[in-house]
Design a protein. Sequence first.
Length: 163
Amino acid sequence: MSEIEELQRRITAAMDQVAFGLERLGPVSVGPDEATLSLLEEERTANAQLQERVRSLREKSQADVAAVREQLDAGEARMSRLDVELQRVRRANAQLSDACAALREANTEGVGDPHLINKAMLAELEALRAARAADVAEASVILASLQPLVDAATDTPETEEDA
């Protein structure tokens, strides 16, 4: 038992020394110090700035995607119109070929049919109109394709002057 009493006495003495040391240290602050708080606030500010930047980049990206989609839809519409006009040219040329063949046949028989001549002229006029419309549609597609290149070329000197 004396051994237990000796250990108890030693533990009590150690605890008294710890209490005395704590009293000498003074009051302990419970919260973080000012330097830690300022660093935390700086990190919060940086985090908020990064979140704002990500949000603005996301909005810009969505706007760019919408603009590209719009350009794609417009390009598809122009290509569709060009396709319609080219089909019209093919039909008009087929009619013109048929009318010319009928005229050649009438001329070989020695019969100059005014109806065939009128039909051939109408087919030729339709072929010319269809070719013109196809040319306009094709030019529209070409101009639409070149416009971004022209815009980029006019934007380039401004950015070079800024540098």
